[in-house]
Design a protein around this ligand. Structure first.
Ligand code: ADP
Ligand code: MG
Ligand code: MG
Length: 934
């Protein structure tokens, strides 16, 4: 058992395999050189799909496609280990890596029948980044590498197409100049536009060879002006420069902030793919495109994507020309289209998941350039998972692994009222890129989105198009609306991934980001004006529109019959599969009967935390609670407490009933008493005002008394003050009353035929004697009530483990407590010594500096706080083998934390009612030990 604890407190995430280079070879045996470069081509690859850690997602996909006999241009992958080594050596590439790269380049020359740097028959390559996790926009790919003033002529001679040769050259210079030489893109765009303008060209494709030669000349001048040097013409120097730029790009600000949002570790590095070029820009029988085997927005089984004739690389997603829907390809290049369908269908079957693919057609011949499991919205994920089971491609347990638990919350996010939505005129329409209803005030930049949101406003980010630098703003917006770009543009892809509603390519929008105005349907909208859109239909409206609960929520609330909602039925089916796969119970934190009902409808089978004090805040109760607190003698206090009894009894009756006999853990009073009293500062003002204005004498006396008591109760550190069991110990009559209320309600329900087993929980216990004190009271009252009621029922008395001392002495406490529930909010606060109400200010900076990878209040710190939890579980079980273990902190609904709780062997997790579906799915994945979302 002890061994297990050690193992699970180690790391949070699976770590990429350490480069074997770090392991010193045993002297006796021959030291085998580490392989840093993996070849693919001629129908065979050194790597395969299992090697994502080392080859990155793109590299492993290229290898797997090659092995599957798909037409993939040959090439090689330089591993993530080489990238890590580069950083370890202070940004230097070791000789070994250089040698292996050159050897593989020779192999590629042989395979292609072309030579790198040759004038007669030049080999050209692309240099592509590719980490284990796809990171859109980390680095721009460099295409056509190997071109210079001589080789470009060779390319022209080989193809007989000078326009194409110089188009490739200028593209290469532009990409290399930007990515490797770090010259801003605009510097090149300016020159390009100037040439276009001078020649009266509208589209890029309108430029002829002569014009493109002119572009090349201008680009050379840009490079010289910006770097003081000539554009590097040596292909080897180009290749090394590009490779190192990919390594460097791993640590550029965009990549870093992407990793921070998606909690991708910093140390895993990126691979570099060097691949023979194929040319989608070689004429009208060539094209390039991207697609999905199913619709990633709504999950529909339809071939989905876009392409451009006579184009290269990112032209499709960059919004330079408007791409055509992929179905058009069938008309213009039927053979290539049929092959593409066949290959991608094969890939979907092979990977047993929707594929997101990239392809290029060179003179009617199709090449596959990338495949990966497609990112999708939470909505699409549920549709696809249930479809793939229906199609018998997957077993239910496998289908569970296609859905990222947290994405389920998208299905619960608000929608518009269909009637109201219909009544508002459509201002314009764009492409429905990511479903969901968005309504808010217009902002034009990501930074403004963040600033306005910090002020509590709801915003919609309106942009011409988004770029990777915008993700922080997209993250906080209600939705993202763009004027250009297709279904696979940046805004669309990132929107779907974040579960943000998005409408893209609304081409009638005239967005002026500098002047902060957008024109739509004859109206000018300024920053702060209201706009709304529906990410499922693409409709945009100029109005503030109220949103309402999603279909699933309507079924849960009982306002829509289950049979009318297809998505609810799929959602339910998926979660029922999850219930079969999971081993931990799922409970909810609910204080009131209506919350308990929702939690039950979402599938919670028990309450892990019912906070009784929340019942004290109701208007009709607060005056009584105050009387209880202000009483200066026991008799008065008892009188007030007894007034609360019937109210609490009714509350518990309702909660127990809503849980249909499932276990309910009720916590005795927890917060510091001053929380029930008016604020000290407010009272001081009121007293001063009454005195100054000669106000009502009686009122003044009352306020003065109140103020005196508030001052008495004032604490410097209320969170570490008179709260939790410390209250029950000093005011035993409160514990007595609460126990009585719980037991009377339970007895009554048992008499009515609903078997209820209450679990009474004492908070903030650090000493076994604290617990014993409270338990004695609870037991006594339970006996009394059962005797009065003439019925015996089962009940449990346990404690929260939320004070480090409680965790450390859990064996002692377990001799008395029948269950533990980990209060990980307080436990995190007290273990770190971070006030959870104040930590927000510095935790952000901690995360930016990567001192902490994640907010420990959102996702459990497995190393520190987790060690205490693991230890308390072990200690608790040694003292009481059948002890019931659960968690009721916020972490109970966090997928990563749920994996941890599975490992330490908790019996259940408890979370807020709306997180219950997430927890059900995450618990299933945890039981299968597969983290989805990695
Ligand atoms: P990203 O990771 O941003 O998707 P990629 O490395 O996939 O970048 O490259 C982007 C695009 O560049 C590809 O979709 C493809 O169109 C083009 N591309 C990359 N390598 C080649 C190649 N060897 N031949 C032709 N086009 C290529
Ligand atoms: Mg790609
Ligand atoms: Mg607590």
């Amino acid at each position: 058992m002890a061994k297990k604890t050690v193992q699970l407190v180690k790391g949070k995430r699976p770590v990429a395999k350490a480069p074997a280079a770090k392991v010193k070879a045993a002297p006796a045996r021959q030291a085998k050189a580490t392989r840093y470069v993996y070849f693919f081509g001629n129908g065979k690859a050194d790597g395969d799909r299992t090697m994502k850690d080392l080859l990155g997602g793109k590299g492993s996909g290229l290898a797997e496609m090659t092995n599957a006999g798909l037409p993939v241009p040959p090439g090689f992958t330089i591993t993530t280990a080489a990238c890590n080594l580069y950083y370890e050596l202070g940004r230097k590439v070791p000789g070994e890596v250089e040698q292996q790269m050159e050897a593989n380049l020779r192999k590629l020359e042989k395979t292609a029948g072309q030579q790198f740097g040759s004038v007669q028959n030049p080999l050209l390559v692309s240099v592509r980044s590719g980490a284990k996790f796809s990171m859109p926009g980390m680095m721009d790919t460099i295409l056509n590498l190997g071109l210079n003033d001589e080789t470009v002529e060779g390319l022209k001679a080989r193809t007989g197409n000078g326009r194409f040769a110089y188009d490739s050259y200028r593209r290469f210079m532009q990409m290399f100049g930007n990515v490797v030489l770090e010259i801003p893109k605009e510097e090149f765009e300016k020159e390009f536009d100037a040439v276009k303008h001078e020649g009266g060209a509208k589209l890029d494709t309108d430029l002829d060879e002569q014009a493109l030669r002119d572009v090349v000349k201008r680009y050379k001048a840009v490079v010289r002006a910006k770097t003081g040097k000539a554009f590097p013409s040596d292909p080897m120097e180009q290749l090394r420069g590009a490779r190192n730029a990919v390594f460097r790009s791993w640590n550029n600000p965009r990549a870093k902030s992407y990793r921070a949002i998606y909690e991708i570790p910093d140390h895993i590095g990126t691979a570099v793919n060097v691949q023979l070029m194929v040319f989608g820009n070689s004429g009208d029988r060539s094209a390039t495109g991207v697609g999905f085997t199913r619709n990633p927005a709504n999950g529909a089984k339809e071939f989905y994507g876009e392409f451009l004739i006579n184009a290269q690389g990112e032209d499709v997603v960059a919004g330079i020309r408007t791409p055509m829907p992929i179905t058009e390809l069938e008309k213009v290049m039927p053979t290539a289209y049929r092959e593409l369908r066949a290959h991608t269908t094969k890939l979907e079957k092979h990977y047993k998941d929707v594929q997101d693919f990239e392809f290029t057609i060179e003179n009617e011949k199709l090449f596959m350039l990338q495949t990966r499991n497609g990112k999708r919205t939470g909505y699409a994920a549920v549709v696809i998972a249930t479809d793939l089971v229906a199609e018998k491609l997957l077993k239910p347990a496998e289908a569970l692994l296609l859905v990222e638990p947290s994405s389920l919350s998208q299905l619960l996010s608000p929608v518009f009222d269909p009637k109201e939505w219909k009544s508002i005129p459509v201002a314009t329409k764009g492409l429905p890129a990511s479903p969901g209803a968005a309504s808010g005030q217009v902002v034009f930049t990501a930074d403004e989105a963040v600033a306005w949101t910090d002020q509590g406003k709801k915003v919609v980010l309106v942009r011409k198009e988004t770029v990777p630098d915008d993700i922080h703003g997209m993250f906080v917006s209600q939705g993202v609306l763009t004027a250009t770009g297709g279904m696979t543009s940046h805004a669309a892809v990132v929107g779907r991934q974040m579960g943000k509603p998005a409408v893209v390519g609304a081409s009638e929008l005239r967005v002026n980001e500098e002047e902060k105005v957008v024109h739509v349907g004859g109206k000018a909208l300024h920053e702060g004006d209201y706009i709304a859109f529906d990410g499922l239909s693409g409709e945009v409206k100029v109005e503030k529109v109220a949103t309402k609960p999603s279909e699933i929520l309507q079924v849960i609330n009982g306002t829509m019959p289950e049979k009318d909602s297809e998505i609810y039925q799929r959602f339910k089916k998926l979660l029922e599969w999850a219930d079969k796969a999971r081993t931990m119970g799922i409970r909810a934190n609910a204080d009131l009967p209506d919350q308990a009902e929702i939690a039950y409808a979402f599938g919670a089978r028990g309450i892990g935390l019912c906070r009784t004090e929340h019942m004290f805040f109701a208007d009709d109760r607060l005056p009584i609670v105050r009387r209880m607190i202000l009483a200066d003698n026991e008799a008065d206090r008892k009188a007030a407490v007894n007034e609360l009894l019937p109210m609490q009894r009714a509350d518990f009756y309702g909660v127990f009933k809503a849980m249909h006999g499932c276990p309910v853990t009720v916590r005795t009073i927890d917060p510091p008493l001053h929380e029930f009293l008016p604020k000290r500062e407010d009272l001081m003002v009121e007293v001063a005002t009454l005195q100054a204005t000669n106000g009502n004498k009686k009122e003044l006396e009352e306020k003065k008394d109140l103020l005196a008591r508030v001052e008495q109760l004032h604490e410097f550190n209320p969170m570490l003050g008179h709260r939790g069991c410390r209250l029950g110990i000093t005011y035993p009559e409160i514990t007595e009353m609460q126990t009585r209320a719980i037991m009377e309600a339970a007895c009554q329900l048992n008499k009515e035929g609903l078997k209820v087993v209450p679990e009474i929980m004492i908070p903030l216990v650090g000493l076994v004697k604290e617990f014993r004190d409270q338990k004695t009271i609870v037991e006594r009252v339970c006996q009394e009530v059962m005797k009065e009621q003439g019925i015996k029922i089962k009940y449990l008395v346990g404690t929260m483990i939320e004070v480090p001392r409680g965790a450390v002495t859990a064996d002692e406490i377990a001799t008395e407590a029948q269950f533990f529930s980990f209060g990980t909010n307080d436990l995190t606060q007290m273990t770190f010594g971070f006030s959870r109400d104040d930590a927000g200010k510095f935790l952000k900076i901690y995360q930016e500096k990567r001192i902490l990878d994640a907010d420990p209040f959102a996702s459990i710190d497995t190393v520190g706080v987790g060690k205490l939890v693991g230890m308390a579980c072990e200690l608790g079980r040694t003292a009481r083998p059948d002890i019931k273990l659960g968690v009721c902190g916020e972490h109970g609904g966090d997928p990563a934390s749920i994996h941890f709780f599975q490992k330490v062997g908790l019996n259940y997790v408890s979370c807020s009612p709306f997180r219950v579906p997430v927890a059900r799915l995450a618990a299933a994945q945890a039981a299968m030990a597969v983290k989805v979302g990695d």
